[in-house]
Design a protein around this ligand. Structure first.
Ligand code: CA
Ligand code: CA
Length: 169
């Protein structure tokens, strides 16, 4: 009788533990899918600013110094909210112009351009989607890596709980 009770208690505990694992997996997947979606969308918004026929991180390097850092963010923010109607749209200041900072090429420098720049933050090399996703210099990269981490932590928790995978005697 008492043995049966304790075994019920044990399986309830196992079930809760497994449920925690499932919650981790689901939140990890949601976070990864969300950051992947946002990042792919922003990546698709970047215009060919260097006019070399290739859209890559160089297009987001507004001062063309070979690295995407706070200086580029500062320049884009400083040129906001200029539009193509602004008299100094093409004026080069600190190695860039408002036109160059208009990363999506919609004729206005605003938060959309800052968001595009943010996914390349910390870049000074090649930029693939995987590179951008695992770029922990950007908030989307951090979210993606955290999501993957949660997913595997959830899998490990589920395996450890042995609720779904019973050990054979
Ligand atoms: Ca730069
Ligand atoms: Ca723009």
């Amino acid at each position: 009788m008492s043995r049966g009770k304790s075994s019920t208690k044990k399986s309830v505990a196992k079930f809760r533990f497994a449920l925690f694992g499932v919650a981790l997996i689901v939140s990890g997947l949601l976070l990864s899918v969300y950051s992947y979606g946002t990042l792919s969308y922003l990546r698709g918004q970047l215009a060919d600013k260097t006019l070399d026929g290739i859209v890559d991180w160089h297009d987001a390097d507004v001062n063309n110094d070979g690295v995407i850092d706070l200086m580029d963010t500062h320049l884009v923010v400083n040129n906001s909210p200029k539009t193509s109607a602004s008299p100094d749209w093409l004026t080069i200041v600190s190695g860039t112009s408002a036109s160059r900072c208009d990363l999506n090429g919609d004729g206005v420098v605003d938060e959309a351009d800052v968001a595009i720049l943010s996914i390349y933050f910390g870049f000074g090399g090649t930029l693939s989607l995987i590179g951008a996703l695992t770029n922990t210099g950007s908030v989307y990269g951090q979210e993606f890596v955290l999501g993957i981490g949660l997913f595997f932590a959830g899998l490990a928790t589920m395996a450890y709980s042995r609720f779904f995978f019973k050990r054979r005697r």
